[in-house]
Design a protein around this ligand. Structure first.
Ligand SMILES: NC(=O)c1ccc[n+]([C@@H]2O[C@H](COP(=O)([O-])OP(=O)(O)OC[C@H]3O[C@@H](n4cnc5c(N)ncnc54)[C@H](O)[C@@H]3O)[C@@H](O)[C@H]2O)c1
Ligand SMILES: [Zn+2]
Ligand SMILES: [Zn+2]
Length: 382
């Protein structure tokens, strides 16, 4: 089958790979209709993620049709149109039973922090991803869900990660009625967090980025006020000024380890590999939250960060919560919101690429060309 393969930093190709097969009775084989390209894939593409192996197929946002199921699978049958959460979870370990699906203890022998993720390097289990014609889905009774008839493939695709992750970020921030919420990053995840903040009762939402077209989307899609980093000498001072001098009640870091804005941090991370990415957005989050405020970290970071302002966070009495999003937990509520017409997550998809053009998809998304907010890969038709 045709599948995207990693050939080294900034090198993406298409290869002919063996068809995936049922390896365990609870596996399913899914024929892919749509696959997303996520900001997290860009960390792999840029060579920032440890143990990203040559030949690995990325893609953790998957919508498709079940083609084959293992002998123990009960909830799916061939022909079902399904959305597959980006995380692979056993459903029965200590962590899964508590809804911590991204921290599943049974699916990733390579780490004790993160569980399994499709197509996200061997540090999250080495599972091949869905930017391919077919994908093996382990624990088929746990992760995938049959897509209701009224939900489009593309709206479902946004629930497999980006939109649900943004909503999770707003939840992690424990937004209270009329809170002021600042979101760093106007990528698909940040835009989703900003839009979701209103669902949870925010009184004010402010999105920070340095790309005009994304800030424009923050205004039209997330109904947010926007702050362009380039217009301020000190972004923290600007945000404090906008928030009565005290800072925001809640800050969501939807940027992660590849933040722009501090050349030295970037050099320490990307060039010298002295830390797992630049903590600029995290430090700005700490600085622009009010004392006693809350920070939700949904931007992805490597294991070690050497220059995080943890002392300031401690002395300000901040609560910091973080995780990979256990998106399956967000689905019931988000399906209600979409069905009621409160939001259409696929409005964030600006580009569609054929699987044959996967290298172009990565290039356009990574370099933020052609006003790209999020690309989908069109793999098949249902
Ligand atoms: N926690 C999870 O489960 C989860 C799920 C999906 C994605 N992620 C992570 O979320 C982050 C965002 O993903 P995305 O798909 O939106 O990516 P993206 O690359 O499209 O968006 C990142 C945005 O941050 C902006 N940015 C860069 N530096 C900034 C700074 N210092 N301050 C403010 N904005 C800055 C960029 O201009 C860009 O618009 C990534 O780190 C990704 O790995 C986490
Ligand atoms: Zn993702
Ligand atoms: Zn588990």
């Amino acid at each position: 089958m045709r599948a995207m393969v990693y050939r080294g930093p900034y090198k993406i190709g298409l290869a002919d790979k063996p068809e995936p097969r049922i390896e365990h009775p609870n596996d399913a084989i899914v024929r892919v209709l749509r696959a997303g390209v996520c900001g997290s894939d860009l960390h792999l593409y840029h060579g920032m993620m440890p143990d990203t192996r040559i030949g690995h197929t990325f893609g953790h946002e998957i919508v498709g049709v079940v083609e084959e199921v293992g002998s123990s699978v009960q909830s799916l049958s061939p022909g079902d149109r399904v959305m597959v959460p980006f995380h692979i979870s056993c459903g029965s370990c200590f962590f899964c039973r508590r809804g911590l699906f991204t921290n599943c203890h049974n699916v990733n022998a390579n780490a004790t922090a993160i569980g399994g993720i499709f197509g996200y390097s061997h540090s999250t289990g080495g599972f091949d991803g869905g930017q391919a014609e077919r994908v093996r889905v382990p624990f088929a009774d746990v992760g995938p869900q049959i897509i209701p008839d009224w939900l489009s493939d593309e709206d479902a695709l946004m629930l497999t990660d980006a939109f649900a992750t943004g909503y999770f970020g707003a939840q992690l921030g424990e937004i209270r009625e009329l809170d002021t919420v600042v979101v760093f990053g106007a990528g698909p995840v940040g835009l989703s967090a900003a839009r979701s903040a209103w669902f949870l009762g925010a009184g004010r939402v402010i999105v920070v980025d340095h790309l005009d077209y994304r800030l424009e989307k923050a205004r039209t899609f997330a109904y947010a006020e926007t702050v362009d980093i380039r217009s301020h000498r000190d972004i923290v001072v600007a945000l404090k000024r906008m928030t009565g001098g005290l800072g925001a009640d809640v800050v969501v870091d939807a940027v992660g380890a590849e933040a722009d804005g501090h050349v030295l941090q970037h050099v320490m991370a990307a060039k010298l590999k002295l830390q797992g990415g630049s903590p600029v957005a995290l430090n700005w989050s700490i600085d622009s939250a009010r004392k006693g405020g809350r920070i939700a970290v949904i931007g992805a970071y490597g294991p070690v960060q050497s220059a995080v302002r943890i002392g300031d966070a401690m002395n300000k009495g901040l609560s910091i919560r973080a995780n990979q999003a256990p998106v399956k937990r967000q689905w019931p509520r988000l399906l209600e919101h979409i069905r009621a017409g409160h939001v259409k997550p696929s409005e964030l998809l600006t580009h569609r690429f054929e699987l044959d053009d996967i290298a172009e998809a990565y290039h356009v998304f990574s370099a933020k060309l052609d006003d790209c907010i999020k690309p989908a890969v069109v793999v098949g038709e249902g």
